[in-house]
Design a protein around this ligand. Structure first.
Ligand SMILES: [Cu+2]
Length: 457
């Protein structure tokens, strides 16, 4: 981990360089070649950090050297529908041996990421993901700006990736791994210097694992969520919860003394708590003596303000899975019992309908058709026994209420975690024309009935 972290962010030229090549290769999560694992990756695990300035254009040829079709989705970026990377809905899959060039402008600053949208559970699960950083015109001054792409892997004893599929993962919490990595390495060591200020960009690229990080007395400032600025606030004793697909930007002041060590623990699944990273202070003179003051807020991204008073309102109810009480649901026009549905690998329903996987020439009907420029308030209710991080493509939304209680400070996001038996209300202006995927980012859930799309026309 250390080597990757110190290298920080790759130069902007990588965004316009030779592009991305999705390929089979090997990776070593434990820093030794003996324990190398066959992965699918964009040249490295994770892929290169693509870095541009806000407003700049990215032109990224993606070559597919995998044994199956692929695409790239630019998670959180509000770009043209044709560049969104959803197979059959926005583009034909990129076949083996083919190249497709993505071309768009980075309108919003912040921390984003990229990953395939074809056979996502396996392709992302085998290692295809990378961070995309869009720099603000005026970033918060820091000593180091680091990406931590968080992931987990389900490895067998011989170090190989365990097979994908199976109803158990799909019907429960998704494919949780047994090895957690930061930037592709399982080493917890994190060399720091006393007194330095770090911007830590957390990206959760795991199929299903929710990270709930305890920073102890480091007490970092949260400055952005899903790329969008929030008023800098110390996280205090709360866990920094990052669901699959989500991002959180922190400003961490390393306030320990030279030679000290501290721990960053993941406590989300309390029975499986573990130490993710051990910041270890170098035996050097502190970078500065006094603790720095609060970071100044980042400038907001250019959003249309939702007109909530005149919004059109809709509800989406997510049901199904194990222990969820769903008895039957509509699938391809038929009402089927949960057991029959499970036999077909489909166990999740939205408003009583299991959404079939999209295929060539048949993407099904939109879950909702919206008018361009109009404000929508969607209430998403999780009636199941499992967490669902719900992700909307092509837009960012303001989370305006949780469990019917209005939030004092709405938060702009693109992936919102909804706990069991809870609800969120999100508001946004449908300002980006096209067909936009709306799905659970537990990738095994998405494949088992929780991925549809909404239309803006
Ligand atoms: Cu889900």
């Amino acid at each position: 981990m250390a080597a990757t972290l110190w290298s920080g962010i790759t130069p902007a030229s990588s965004a316009r360089g030779p592009g991305l090549v999705a390929q089979r290769q090997s990776a070593s999560f434990f820093g030794s070649d003996e324990a190398a694992t066959d992965v699918w990756a964009y040249g490295s695990v994770p892929g290169p950090v693509l870095k541009v300035k806000q407003g700049e254009r990215l032109r990224i040829p993606v070559t597919n050297n995998l044994p199956q079709p692929t695409t790239v989705h630019w998670h959180g970026l509000r770009i043209r529908n044709a560049m969104d990377g959803v197979p059959f809905l926005t583009q034909a899959p990129i076949g083996p041996g083919e190249t497709y060039t993505y071309d768009f402008h980075a309108r919003d600053a912040g921390t984003f990421w990229y990953h395939p949208h074809v056979n996502s559970a396996e392709q992302v699960g085998r290692g295809l993901s990378g961070a995309l950083v869009v720099e603000e015109a005026e970033p918060i001054p820091v000593d180091r700006d680091l990406v931590w792409l968080l992931d987990d892997w389900r490895l067998r004893k011989d170090g190989s990736i365990a097979p994908f599929g199976g109803m158990h993962d799909a019907a429960h919490a998704g494919r949780l791994g047994n090895v957690a990595t930061i930037n592709g390495l399982a080493d917890e060591t994190f060399p720091v210097r006393s007194g330095e200020r770090i911007r830590l960009r957390l990206v959760n690229a795991a199929n299903a694992r929710i990270f709930g990080l305890a920073f102890g007395n480091l007490n970092p400032w949260r400055v952005a969520v899903d790329g969008h600025p929030v008023v800098p606030t110390p996280v205090g004793p709360d866990l920094v919860v990052v669901p699959p697909g989500g991002r959180t930007d922190l400003i961490v002041d390393m306030t320990g003394k030279p030679g000290e060590k501290t721990e960053i623990r993941d406590l989300y699944y309390q029975r499986f708590a573990y130490t993710l990273a051990i910041p270890s202070y170098a035996d050097e003179t502190p970078v500065r003596k006094d603790r720095l003051g609060p970071p100044r807020p980042l400038a907001a991204n250019p959003h249309h303000q939702p007109d909530i008073a005149n919004a059109e309102r809709h509800e989406m109810v997510f049901e199904g899975g194990a222990m969820g009480g769903l008895r039957e649901a509509k699938y391809k026009g038929q009402t089927l019992g949960l057991r029959e549905l499970a036999g077909m690998g489909m166990v999740w329903a939205v408003n009583g309908r299991v959404i079939p996987p999209m295929e060539e020439g048949n993407v099904g009907d939109p879950m909702l058709t919206m008018k361009q420029g109009r404000t929508y308030v969607l209430t998403w209710r999780n009636e199941s026994a499992f967490d669902h991080p719900i992700h909307l493509h092509g837009h960012s939304f303001s989370v305006i209420a949780r469990n019917s209680k209005a939030l004092e400070t709405p938060m702009v996001m693109d992936t919102v975690l909804i706990r069991p038996k809870q609800s969120v209300a999100v508001a946004f202006v449908a300002d980006n024309v096209g067909d936009w995927a709306l799905h659970c980012h537990v990738l095994e859930h998405a494949a088992a009935g929780m991925m549809g799309y909404v239309r803006v026309e």
